[in-house]
Design a protein around this ligand. Sequence first.
Ligand code: C2E
Ligand code: CA
Ligand code: CA
Length: 567
Amino acid sequence: MDKNETHCDETYDWLQDRRHQTVLKTMHTIAYEFNPETGEEIVSPFIHQYLAGNYDGRLLSQVMVEDQVIHPDDLKKSLEFREAVKKGTADEIAIRLRTPEGPYRWFKMKISPYQPPTGSMRYIGTFTEIDNEIRQQEALRYRAEYDLVTDIYNKVTFYTVTGNWLGSEPDITRCLISFDIDRFKIINETHSLSEGDKVLRYIAKLLKQMTYSGETYARNNSDIFYVCLSRPKKEAAEFILELEHLLNQYPLDFQFTLSAGIVHLPHYNGEPLNVLCDWAAMAQNTVKGSYIHRYAFYEEAMSNDLNKEHYITKNMAHALENHEFQMYLQPKYDMRTHTIIGAEALSRWHHPKDGILPPGDFIPLFERNGFIIQMDEYIWDMACKTIRRWLDEGKNPITISVNVSRVHLHDPELCSKLISLTQKYNLPPHSIELEITESAYVDSPDALYDIMDKLQEAGFLFSMDDFGSGYSSLNALKDIPVDVVKIDLNFLQKARRGLQIGRDILEGVIQMIQAIQLPVIAEGVESKEQADFLLNAGCTHAQGYYYAKPMTVSDFEQLLSGKDTAV
Ligand code: C2E
Ligand code: CA
Ligand code: CA
């Protein structure tokens, strides 16, 4: 130690020391010491084992530049680094250096000032090979930023890069697109996953070819891609059609059709990219599976719908506890005698802020999120409770029909729930009629027939709701053990071929239903003319605004007791 220190101010070549060399080599490191005052420099003697270049006595920095040891792309960076070291603002850098075998490898260069006890200040520098570390980091970064199947940006990078682009030039017209391939699953299933991947890579290649510099694209997941174009609306639409055209040149026995949603941004207002992509996806959903439309433009109404849905979803459970859902009753009439023969339970949401909401505003959403199960059970309970009260008050029991959403048909406890409900209120058979829409009978007949078997045995009646909406045939009707068929006049009135044909069909349909001896009721009866027509055609039961609208239970009771006048 003493010996070293006495030599420090001289050109003591400690780098010749074998022990130092062993330590440095195990650390894949070359060291040097430079005295800026005298210009003297010593270097690890084994430098040529690690680095290309002719170490012939020139300064290390000179050899590295003159013999092109430093990667051309890192040259500027390394010169700036030397200046920064002199100013004391940097001490470490990663650069690529040429190795004796030829290729460049990554090295960490570190420089520290060293003041020996006597003599002038030196710089001690080291080059440590960190090639593996850097390559691992790069691979990790690539994994984080790119989609590994297609080698294009992933969603997160798309958000960042596109966000920066939009933010830096907010006044350029752009279109943000989300698209996918219809029935892509079929390619994976009938060909192979690797064939599916090839198609995805082909799409990535087309996107690369079809976009201009600066425009961005990415694969989100599965077969969903995002593109951001600096083009007007019309050209964005053409882009999708052209992409589909080129995709169909891919050699595969498959008809490619795309579904795309386009958000037109005449200027950028700073919306987060995930929001813009959600908007594009919303528009995309409106054309999904359509054979006619390939793309749709996002409109504000779409997010209003979504916001409304979020709002409803957040409040629905509380609303149920808070008794905000109410059962309205719409009477069913015998048109010949004007007497009430039953009633349909229809729900209304008495919303504390938004007033009375019709079922169209919440039922479709509840069917999607499953809440329809709880809401319907609540309405069924109210229907049973109401009949029980009528019985207790000595009134003639009136059958109430309740709507059973198709969602319930997947509930394995449906039958036991309904049976225990009628037991709970001790109701006579046939008090409750279950209205199930026509399409459910056609789509899941086996599941439904099992349910019908059990529940009809327990006394429940079944009606086929919305008959005429276009799914079932009269032929199917004769095999389905329903108790009542409800024909919806609204469907027939919308018949494209005109009112007269609609009437002829209706007349024929009524006759045929009666031929197989099924009771029939017409709903949606709005005028005397319709009522007369139905009576003439042999249909005697009806429900509709002409007779009465859906009403609260107490209004219904008043109507029943004759205090209010029916038509
Ligand atoms: P739906 O079962 O076909 O019920 C008949 C619908 O037609 C009711 O609409 C009723 O108010 C309406 N309506 C009755 N008479 C006329 C008429 O003369 N003209 C016209 N244009 N319409 C008439 P509402 O109450 O808006 O219910 C709509 C649909 O929502 C129902 O159609 C039913 O599918 C569903 N729904 C209503 N309440 C419930 C419920 O508690 N549970 C379930 N699962 N679905 C329900
Ligand atoms: Ca109904
Ligand atoms: Ca109906």
